[in-house]
Design a protein around this ligand. Sequence first.
Ligand SMILES: Cc1cc2nc3c(=O)[nH]c(=O)nc-3n(C[C@H](O)[C@H](O)[C@H](O)COP(=O)(O)O)c2cc1C
Length: 350
Amino acid sequence: MFYDFKKNKPALFLAPMADVTNPAFRFAAHSRGADFTYTEMIHADGFNHGDPYAKNRGFSIDGIPYGIQIVGSDSESISKAAAGLQELFSPAARVIDINMGCPSPPITQTGCGAALMAQDFGSENHPASIIRRVCDMSEIPVTAKIRIYNDDEKTLRLAKSLEDAGASAITVHGRTRGQMYSGNADWKIIAEIKKDLSVPVILNGDIADEKSLQTAMDLTDCDGYMIGRAAIGNPGIFEKLKFYLKNGVPENLAPPDEFEGRAEDLNHYFFYLKKYHLLPHVNIRAHAQWFTKGLPYSREMRLKINDLHKDVKIRHFSDDELSEERNALAVEIMNIFSEYNEKCRREYLK
Ligand SMILES: Cc1cc2nc3c(=O)[nH]c(=O)nc-3n(C[C@H](O)[C@H](O)[C@H](O)COP(=O)(O)O)c2cc1C
């Protein structure tokens, strides 16, 4: 098993998120208590054709165990990519996860992500056939991340077929492909899947705080809970939820302390982006703005961050120049965080 669910139940997972869960962000989430993290989705065809994306963004800092997520349209290219990625990232890569739920049109139009769930049972590229084929060649466990259908029976049948095909765990995002990210995730069907399967089931969709986590746990008793959007710009959410799981009450931080924690996380995040040469690959302005979410003065801070280096045109920069420019930007962003952190503390102590 890629993760000891028996010893550490429930586990808190960081969801795979394109343009978010780069190695530095995964490291930040792990440092703040995430039990397990995944890469952004890596395109099987791109990897098989030598695209450096995986090499640049698929590794794990300090060899921390993690999962590699692959998105693809057919069992042959997915298994080929799975073999290559294992070779590249062994031994830290502990599991290969197959993306069967991404609803974004550029992905589904090429037969990838949630389009796989539209394949007929028994066909070569049905999710279960893909899992079987990847398991056949994989040295490490294989898992699937799915969405749900409108039809509960069909969802249960899919989940069971993935277990039978050899999946070591299944993550279920409780929304249909058509819902994209709207409406609420359906946790009831996830509770049924959990009852039906023997392998660990990881619930995903709408875990945002202590209350939603507790409700999901009561309803489903899943082995793991995967957090996506609520962790963007907020890796500290894992520490808060861990505190709650341990103590049964939410951790009540004073606003300036909460602010300071977020600023420290951002500072570490920038440090690791720089150290591991990730600055050319990450839009740090957007990422910094996510880190202001929910903080006092967040609007003012976002506007100020937006105004930094406004006249710099980065289109023709080399990677080195881009790193230098973003590094300078990071320093100014951290100054803005310090300024407002002090302001927050002064206001709070009044
Ligand atoms: C910016 C962004 C990028 C995402 N990229 C991926 C991805 O690469 N692979 C994947 O399986 N899901 C991806 N997702 C979906 C999340 O993993 C997760 O299933 C979804 O956000 C629901 O969980 P949440 O309610 O906790 O956000 C992405 C979601 C967001 C918001």
